[in-house]
Write a protein that binds this ligand. Sequence first.
Ligand code: SF4
Ligand code: SF4
Length: 140
Amino acid sequence: MPETLGTMLSDILNSLVHKPVTTNYPAECCDEPIRTRGKVVYNAETCTGCRLCVRDCPANAIDIIILDRKEKRFVMHYHVDRCIFCGQCVESCRFDCITLTDTQWELASTSKNPFDLYYGNDEDVKKVLDKHTEIFDVGT
Ligand code: SF4
Ligand code: SF4
């Protein structure tokens, strides 16, 4: 018993003179770890609409909505709340349209809106949202 008390006292004294190893997150933030996998981002300009990313996503987290294949008008519907940040979509895309950010990783929210994202040019995203329909163009 006196041994245990001695250890406790030593721990208490140590903690008084040493700074905590943890940070007071989220009041204080830290640099993100190297190779952090954050939110998926998409570049519609180089997309071909092949939908390989959609096929290979194990979490059913993305869809590519094809408005006009000839005009290269594509919109990605990204369900952030389903994404497991595996990076498979990045690997599958042969045109480097998809990346995982290493900065957008603080994704907690009390609202569902930030987890339901549409990427593409403003006009195309507006068209998709206005219609509330998803246009699939599989196999063409
Ligand atoms: S794999 Fe790449 S090119 Fe194909 S639909 Fe997905 S983002 Fe577009
Ligand atoms: S990172 Fe993985 S889970 Fe998230 S959208 Fe890409 S393939 Fe799907």
